[in-house]
Structures are given as structure tokens and as C-alpha cells.
Design a protein. Sequence first.
Length: 130
Amino acid sequence: MRFIAFSEKFESYRGRLTKFLNDYMEESRYIEEEKKNATLTSFKNTIDLIYTKICNQKALPKLSKAASEALYTGISKNYDNLNEESETQLIKRFDSLTSDPLFSVDSLKGGLSSKDGVVNRLSKSVQIFS
């Protein structure tokens, strides 16, 4: 759920994760079949790209929840371009994300769900993967 909500509208996140997710679920309660299929395809494509091109068909390395959300969001927002990139290029982008100061242990100590923290991390990921 977080993957989909953040991928579609992280820019509107206001710092209350439960409310954000509940509002998203309410808005999406009666989505059309076409939208549901597009969302499922986006999810599958994102996970497949990470698994095949970044992780070399192995498990994703241990990441914080914040880094994982950012990875999924950055890739899903840029999937069409990223799908054409080589494994080497994608791994460089992944390494750039995981080494960014926004994802350091010290940076994440301040609260994972603060508005600025979430929006800044997800925006950074979208930028890294664009």
C-alpha cells in the first residue's frame, strides 16, 4: 500500500502517515479496472527491474524502510527510461541512493514519517533515478 500511495502522490504527503494511507485507500476504494491493472503492472515492473537488473536475481540487500520506499518510488516514477538502462548504470544509481546522506543512520534518527523527511527522501530518489 505504501509503495502505491507514495508512487502516485508522495508530493501531497503532510506528515501523518496513517492519515495519508487511509485517505489514499478511501480515494482508491472504487477505482476502475483499467487503473487497477495499471497499478498492478507498475508494481510488478518495478519489483522485476530491481530483482533482475539491480540485485542480479538475488534478494534485495538489507535496507531501511525509508530507503526501500525511496527505491520503489524512484524506480516506479522513472520506469520507462530505467528499463532501457544497463545493469551497471542501474547499480550505480542504486549505490548513489544508498550512500546519499538523506539515508544515513543519523539522518533517519529524526523520525521516519516527518513531512520534510519523507518528501525529501522520495524526491531525491526520483531525481537519482531520472
